[in-house]
Design a binder for this molecule. Structure first.
Ligand code: 26Q
Length: 836
């Protein structure tokens, strides 16, 4: 380049390269954008038949509109120097993005119109989008709903997660067995992500630590001899509901450093170099498909540390752009840990502050404890995360040293509080002693955080009384409850457009941002035309669900039947088994001619089993075998239909929950921390049959006892009856249960697969059955009969349906996020700059 020209460039003030006129939000501008991407960017023409390219062209058109708001939100946060929260999670179960973005930008009708004029089917094109399935179930979907609510409330909250190459496995059935397929969701590209290589971070693994004296004569720990991996960020826009705010979800992808190649190349081992590269990039290859425990896997610990270290370094980097010390850090930043999965952040933050930024232990610990907050999502003791000290030492030696020091100081505090109580010291230690010493991650999380919360009132109470009792005694003020929710944008306005319109026509549209306003529907509850429309809409949604079930399961559901649905991960504690036992009981009744006052039922069960969870997989097979017998028995006809819905996922739920009459929430009391599917069904006017577990209790409080079908033992009763639980006696004394057991034991549903279901039979008959299925059988069956009778009274059912929906205001994540903010984060809301 000419030198003079270079000089000129230097002296010229840099113009804002992003200053552009705002993009049009009218149908002409959308059409123009769409045509531009379709023909100029993607190079398609009139001969292209695939729906993929129109999907992509529309996505890019919508993305442009997000992009300008994204920038303006970012600038507003920067200029205000506001406090921020970072939601650290190994899972974000986002589902589809296109239609949600159109809803939140208020572009849905405009695009529909534009597409109509072009002769394109928007629904068909939206349906080609792959789900972003970067989560197992409840905890991952909760993180996604939280982000939606934070953007809608204009809270400066950023999500940090991993960009898994393979998300949650896809499920299909072969001969009734679950088969797992990989989910290579990025294969056709992802228009919703923006790579930001300029913010790449370096993550250490392995090596050893040593003391070194600095220039000032200070002794410092050096973690060296490490094998480093790069973390490359990919940003995803999170639009608020029609408010100009676009927050960020930042996902990290693992990449090899170039030194790897060079070092190995020079010593002549090309293939080893590539192997190293592979092992680095494996870190973000796949999501672990367990929604409880898969303990001890080294790769999982690598994932956790990779997320923690990359995210913390990223936050510190940004902090140091505008600050030169950490005195204000805790006032301006908060990390919310989604379960113990990212809890290594506590030790990593200490390391970064001390080893990289020269703070003392005391200063670092003070800041760290004021910055970290922990959410627990489980009551199952076996699901509490532990890592062997040995593994920690080999993979993260410096972090183990820090954990030991945290523990030593903590145990001193315990000893002061309870002098001489060595049993308590052993119980509360972050390190579990024994033949294989383990790090207890939940204890590290409690010790290192200023807030610990459960996810429903019962759950939090049980944590205080049980699992974390000792810690609650020491620090009662740390503990608090935050009942879960779901976002009403995706789970009512988005998935149920007809109901959205009816509600908006009745009470205006403010409810979408303030769900408590649904209460206003009470006035219309006896209005004929409102009730008729309500029923009509449920019928339409049932027809859509029936079409999907027909397509995917080849089972015919008729919409005048009761649609009875249980969709969630398959788990013994969730008791899909109890559900299918009820189905067998109904089958027996039909076969025995006991069909007076019969209500036709269509039972739908869906969900994935962890690939290594044999009993869960066998439950799927049992459901399918029962479905086969029932659906093909000419005596049964429309009286009863059963289907297993394969590959249950977010986008499937968007069709399932609007078309459901009865929501099955039948976990053993005291085991389901909250549940969130229960809330989606309720919002869409389904009634619940459920135990007093998790958020069911709060749902029942909101709708009133008359509008909830309650059955089963309470959490207390479950615990007190364990010692004298006698399922054999229960079976002997109950004809219906005996008949169900006889069907199973005689192999009625496995005529050509002898002995297949023996483990299921044994589980029900086992006096140590943790899930006490037989204990709740009678009360479940009786309550199901009440459901059937209630369904026959169409008027009563409609009233209950409306009451369920209008009482669901509490279960918006907007309420949940406001409570997190009030009690834990204390963020100011910040409005984004408007697009010009
Ligand atoms: C642990 C170790 C190794 C690999 C994976 C895991 C792992 C992964 C996911 C452990 C647990 C999970 C997910 C748990 C979960 O989804 N819990 C659910 O959280 C919901 C939101 O709070 C609650 O509503 C549910 O009750 C709870 O079961």
């Amino acid at each position: 380049m000419n030198n003079n020209f270079k000089m000129m460039l230097k002296s010229k003030p840099v113009k804002d390269l992003t200053a552009l006129p705002a993009l049009g939000m009218d149908d002409k501008s959308i059409t123009q954008g769409f045509r531009h991407y379709y023909s100029h960017t993607l190079g398609r023409d009139r001969n292209c038949k695939s729906t993929h390219y129109p999907y992509k062209a529309l996505s890019l058109t919508i993305r442009d509109r997000l992009m300008e708001r994204w920038k303006n939100t970012h600038y507003a946060y920067q200029d205000q120097d506001c406090k921020r929260t970072y939601y650290l999670s190994l899972e974000f179960l986002m589902g589809r993005t296109l239609s949600n973005s159109m809803l939140n930008l208020d572009l849905h009708d405009t695009v529909q119109q534009a597409f109509y004029k072009m002769g394109l089917d928007l629904e068909e094109i939206s349906d080609t989008e792959q789900d972003a399935g970067l989560g197992n179930g409840g905890l991952g979907r909760l993180a996604a709903c939280f982000l939606d609510s934070c953007a809608t409330l204009q809270l400066p909250v950023k999500g940090y997660g991993l960009r898994y190459e393979y998300g949650m496995f896809r499920q299909h059935l072969e001969n009734g067995f679950q088969i797992e397929d990989t989910d290579h969701w990025l294969l056709d590209g992802n228009p919703w992500e923006l790579e930001r290589p300029e913010y790449t971070q370096r993550i250490k693994f392995g090596g050893y630590t040593e003391f070194r004296q600095s220039h000032e004569g200070q002794f410092k720990v050096h973690w060296t001899g490490t094998r480093d991996v790069l973390a490359v960020p990919y940003d995803i826009p999170i639009p608020g509901f029609q408010n100009g705010t676009v927050n960020t979800l930042r996902l990290w992808k693992a990449a090899a450093t170039d030194e790897f190649d060079l070092n190995e190349f020079n010593s002549g081992s090309y293939t080893e170099a590539v192997e190293e590269k592979n092992s680095a990039e494996h870190i973000t290859m796949v999501l672990y498909p367990n929604d409880s425990s898969e303990n001890g896997k080294e790769l999982r610990l690598r994932q956790q540390y990779f997320l923690a270290s990359a995210s913390l370094q990223d936050v510190i980097r940004e902090w140091l752009v505008h600050h030169d010390n950490f005195t204000q850090f805790a006032d301006k930043n908060c990390f919310q840990l989604n379960d113990t999965h990212p809890t290594i952040s506590i030790a990593e933050f200490m390391r970064l502050l001390m080893d990289e930024h020269d703070l003392s232990w005391e200063d670092a610990w003070t800041i760290s404890c004021k910055t970290m907050a922990y959410t627990n999502h489980t009551l199952l003791p076996e699901a509490l995360e532990k890592w062997s000290v040995h593994l920690f030492d080999s993979l993260l030696p410096r972090l183990l040293e820090i954990i030991h020091e945290i523990n030593a100081r903590f145990l001193k505090q315990v000893a002061m509080h309870w002098p001489g109580d060595t049993e308590r010291l052993r119980r509360m230690s972050i390190i579990e002693e024994g033949p294989i010493p383990q790090v207890r991650m939940a204890y590290l999380a409690i010790v290192g955080s200023f807030s610990v919360n459960g996810v429903a009132a019962l759950h939090t109470r049980l944590l205080k009384r049980g699992l974390f009792k000792d810690f609650y005694q020491l620090w009662p003020d740390k503990f608090n409850n935050k009942t879960n929710g779901v976002t009403p944008r995706r789970w009512l306005a988005g998935c149920n457009p007809q109901l959205r319109n009816l509600i908006t026509d009745t009470i205006g549209d403010k409810w979408i941002k303030d769900l408590s306003q649904l209460k206003k529907l009470k006035k219309s509850i006896n209005k004929k035309s409102f009730r008729n429309q309500w029923q009509k809409i449920k019928q339409n949604n049932k027809q859509k669900l029936a079409d999907l079930v027909h397509q995917t399961c080849n089972v015919e559901f008729k919409t005048d039947s009761l649609f009875d649905v249980q969709v969630k991960r398959i788990h013994e504690y969730k008791r899909q088994l109890l559900n299918i036992m009820h189905v067998i009981h109904l089958y027996n009744r039909i076969k025995a001619g006991d069909t007076k006052n019969w209500t036709n039922r269509c039972v739908l069960i869906g969900g994935k089993a962890a690939p290594g969870y044999a009993m869960a997989k066998l439950t799927i097979k049992l459901i399918n075998n029962v479905a086969d017998v029932v659906n093909n028995d000419p005596d049964i006809g429309d009286l009863l239909k059963v289907a297993f819905f394969p590959n249950y996922c977010v986008s499937a739920m968007e069709v399932i929950c609007p078309g459901t009459d009865l929501s099955e929430q039948v976990s053993t009391a005291g085991k389901e921390a909250s549940g969130t599917g229960n809330m989606k069904f309720m919002m869409n006017g389904a009634l619940t049959i459920g135990t007093l577990d998790g958020a069911n209790i709060e749902i029942r409080e909101e709708v009133g006892d008359d509008n909830f079908f309650l059955f089963g033992l309470t959490a207390e009763e479950v615990e007190t009856s364990r010692s004298h639980y006698n399922p054999l006696q229960l079976i002997q004394d109950d004809t219906d249960l005996r008949n169900v057991m006889r069907m199973l034991e005689t192999g009625y549903f496995n005529q050509f697969e002898p002995g297949l279901f023996d483990p299921v039979i044994q589980a029900i008959k086992n006096p140590h059955d943790l899930w006490m299925t037989a204990a709740d059988f009678r009360s479940y069956i009786d309550t199901q009969e009440q459901v059937s009778q209630a369904y026959q009274d169409n008027k009563r059912w409609t009233t209950m349906s409306i009451i369920n929906s209008l009482s669901s205001g509490k279960f918006s994540t907007d309420r949940t996020m406001q409570e997190y903010n009030r009690d834990i984060w204390n963020l100011e809301t910040v409005a984004a700059y408007p697009v010009e």
